[in-house]
Design a protein around this ligand. Structure first.
Ligand code: CP
Length: 324
């Protein structure tokens, strides 16, 4: 991706994907989020960084965590928020995406948060909006989910400190996962010791090794001595062609994360999942609700990360200059 997401000074203008961003910028996002993490715990849960700005949530696909945490994040930055309802919009009358965008733009909005089933949709919109508007990708097809990756990195740093010594395994449906792609990019840029992907051959994309990951098809081998386990659900809505699995029951026997399987990881390993979780398919309830699970921490951290990205893209906080 050419870096349409940076302005002439190298500052974040849009947030469309992790690929091509510098380590220093990712660290800046994490540090900015750290400075905002306590805002939701104050008696007045607001800071005035985006006062007078208007943020539009444009979700063409379902979402629980991302849409609500973007809305909360915008409100905690004192922005006005418009939750655009696609189902009752004029898109059903044949209005195309660009016309819709130009009409919303004419209402003097400042930022669009976009989730779309088509990979590249957020990038396409960033190419067509007015120069003073920012686009944030809230998940586009199988392509990218950059704020999920950054809240995952925040949660890893919060629990483990330094990225350098870590071995991280991403388990499950790597093939259809925008989270896996964005996490692999972020972990690699942040310099972890090893990224592994674990899953059946049908759910590991060809050529994934070129991203710098080690591939495992056996769950226990892939999890041996790792510090971080990121579980992914089976993304059945994207399995449109071909049979990828015999059954959910059989998948759990081979790739389900149980307390027994967790014994092979580092004793202090954390268990993550972007959600929604499918209990008894990729993860056992004892693990999802157990002492090593940081799944709900991820959700909480999503608010601060989204506050940081919104404030940075609209130039409401200064970014540190660093050549790394
Ligand atoms: N992790 C994530 O993107 O969840 P939602 O689909 O609920 O937003």
């Amino acid at each position: 991706m050419n870096n349409i997401q940076l302005d002439n000074q190298g500052r974040l203008k849009h947030f469309l994907g992790i690929g091509g961003l510098k380590r220093s910028l990712l660290i800046d996002i994490l540090d900015t989020a750290a400075s905002l993490i306590n805002v939701p715990e104050k008696s007045v849960k607001k800071v005035p960084l985006l006062r007078g700005k208007t943020v539009v949530n444009l979700f063409f696909e379902p979402s629980t965590r991302t849409r609500t945490t973007f809305e909360l994040a915008a409100k905690r930055l004192s922005a006005d928020v418009l939750n655009f309802n696609i189902d009752t919009s004029s898109s059903s009358k044949g209005e195309n995406l660009i016309d819709m965008l130009h009409n919303l733009q004419a209402m003097h909005c400042d930022m669009f948060i976009v989730r779309h089933g088509a990979g590249g949709a957020a990038y396409f919109m960033a190419q067509h909006v007015a120069p003073d508007i920012s686009i944030i990708n809230a998940g586009d097809g199988q392509h990218a989910h950059p704020t999920q990756a950054m809240l995952d990195m925040y949660t890893i740093r919060q629990n483990k400190g330094d990225f350098a010594p870590l071995r991280v395994a991403i388990v499950g449906d790597i093939r259809h996962s925008r989270v896996a792609r964005s996490d692999i990019q972020a972990l690699t840029i942040l310099g972890v010791s090893q990224v592994r992907v674990v899953g059946p051959k049908t759910l590991i994309p060809k050529g994934v090794e070129e991203l710098g990951v080690k591939v495992f098809h056996d769950l226990k081998a892939g999890l041996k001595e790792v510090d971080v386990v990121i579980m992914l659900r089976l993304q059945r809505e994207r399995m449109l062609r071909g049979a990828f699995l015999p059954s959910a029951y059989e998948y759990f026997q081979y790739y389900g994360l149980t307390k027994e399987v967790l014994k092979v990881t580092h004793p202090d390993a954390i268990v993550m999942h972007p959600g929604p979780i499918n209990r008894g398919v990729e993860i056992d309830s004892n693990v999802a609700d157990g002492p090593y699970s940081v799944i709900l921490q991820q959700v909480s951290n999503g608010i601060a990360i989204r506050m940081a990205v919104m404030a940075m893209t609209l130039g409401a906080v200064s970014e540190k200059k660093d050549a790394n």
